[in-house]
Design a protein. Structure first.
Length: 338
C-alpha cells in the first residue's frame, strides 16, 4: 500500500498542513463514496502530489484524475473532497497514456522513492492556449533561474535535445512549459511541463524522467508546418463546401492560428474552428471569421430601423415657421428664411 505524505492545495501549502494519502482508501464527497484511491500522481521536479487516480465506485462511473486542489482532508483511512455531484460528473475520464512512471532511481527532494508513484502527461488541449515568451521573458521564466535558447535538456538516462522556447499561460503570463527541439532521440519538437524540471545545472535543464517518457508529451510544430496542415485539413473536410472556405484567411504565428474573412453560415464557421483546433501543434485559435448570414441579418435589421424612423418622421406634424434656427443635415445651426 503506497503512502504519499505531501502538502495539499495551495492554501494548505501556505499553512504547512500535510496529507497522508494511502492507496485503496475510499474517496468521499460529503457522505457519499465516489471511488477509491488507486495511484498517487506527483510533480516530477518537486515530488509534491499533483493528484490522485480514483477508480470508479457507486457514484463515479469511470476512472478519473482528481487534482489535489479538490482534496479537503485526508488521513490513513479516507480522502474527503470538496466537489459537488455536478463537478464530479464533469471530471474527465482518465486515459492510461496520460500517466508515466518515474525512472527507477528517481527520488523526491525529501528522499522518497518512486515506488507506486506516477507522473501525469498533460493533454494536448491543455497546452493549446500557451504562448511563447518574448525576448527578455525567458530569462526568468523557470522560477527566476536563467535559461536561454540552446541549453541542453537532460533526462535521467541522457541528453534529449535543446531548449528552444518557454511557453506562458496567456492570462497570467506565468511560465508553465518549454519546447525541446528535435534531436536524434526525440525526432520531433516536444512541449515539456515546467514541473518536470528538477534543476538548472550549468548549461543544462535537468528533468526527472527517462527519455522514453517524453514520447507521450504533446508535439510543438513550426508555424509553416501548422499552416500547411491547417489548409490541408480544411480542404479535405468532406462536410465543408468550397464556397464555405473560399474567403477564409489563415494566419499562423507561434502556434496560434488566426482565422479571418467570411464563410456562409454559423454552422460552417464553428466547423472550421473545430477542424483547426484538431490539427497537431495548434496551441490556440483566434476566430474572427464573419458569416454571410450574420451580415445579411445585420443589414436587414439596419434597413428595418431606417424604415421605422422614416415612417415615424413621415407621421409627424409639420413644424410651424417662426423659429430662430433649424439644424442642417451636417448638424450646424442655420437661420430660417432667405
Amino acid at each position: 500500500m503506497t503512502t504519499a505524505s505531501e502538502r495539499g492545495s495551495t492554501s494548505e501549502r501556505r499553512t504547512g498542513r500535510r496529507f497522508e494519502i494511502r492507496t485503496g482508501v475510499p474517496v468521499l464527497a460529503g457522505e457519499d463514496e465516489i471511488g477509491r484511491v488507486d495511484r498517487v500522481v506527483v510533480h516530477p521536479g518537486s515530488g509534491e502530489v499533483a493528484g490522485l487516480v480514483v477508480r470508479k465506485g457507486l457514484i463515479l462511473r469511470r476512472d478519473v484524475f482528481l487534482p489535489i486542489e479538490a482534496v479537503e482532508d485526508a488521513d490513513a483511512d479516507v480522502v474527503r473532497v470538496r466537489l459537488s455531484r455536478e463537478e464530479i460528473d464533469r471530471l474527465p475520464e482518465l486515459r492510461e497514456d496520460e500517466l508515466v512512471p518515474p525512472s527507477k532511481d528517481w527520488r523526491s527532494p525529501d528522499g522518497r522513492a518512486s515506488d507506486g508513484l506516477l507522473f501525469r502527461v498533460p493533454r494536448a488541449d491543455e497546452t493549446r492556449d500557451l504562448v511563447p515568451a518574448r525576448a527578455g521573458q525567458a530569462a526568468s521564466a523557470l522560477g527566476g533561474r536563467p535559461v536561454r535558447a540552446g541549453m541542453r535538456v537532460v533526462c535521467s538516462d541522457g541528453d534529449a535535445g535543446r531548449l528552444d522556447l518557454v511557453l506562458l499561460e496567456p492570462r497570467t503570463r506565468r511560465a508553465t512549459a518549454f519546447v525541446v527541439r528535435r534531436g536524434a532521440i526525440l525526432g520531433r519538437d516536444t512541449i515539456v511541463p515546467l514541473d518536470w524540471v528538477r534543476e538548472i545545472e550549468g548549461d543544462a535543464v535537468v528533468l526527472d524522467v527517462p527519455r522514453s517518457a517524453l514520447n507521450a508529451l504533446p508535439e510543438y510544430r513550426s508555424d509553416d508546418e501548422i499552416y500547411s496542415d491547417v489548409l490541408q485539413a480544411l480542404w479535405d473536410a468532406e462536410d465543408l463546401k468550397p464556397a464555405e472556405l473560399a474567403f477564409v484567411e489563415v494566419h499562423v504565428r507561434d502556434g496560434v492560428v488566426d482565422l479571418r474573412g467570411h464563410t456562409l453560415t454559423e454552422q460552417s464557421r464553428r466547423r472550421i474552428e473545430e477542424i483547426v483546433r484538431g490539427v497537431p501543434g495548434v496551441l490556440g485559435v483566434r476566430d474572427e471569421v464573419q458569416t454571410i448570414e450574420e451580415l445579411v441579418r445585420a443589414s436587414t435589421e439596419q434597413h428595418r430601423r431606417r424604415s421605422r424612423r422614416g415612417g415615424h418622421e413621415a407621421g409627424r406634424e409639420p413644424r410651424e415657421p417662426g423659429g430662430d434656427t433649424a439644424r442642417s443635415a451636417a448638424g450646424h445651426a442655420a437661420p430660417h428664411g432667405g
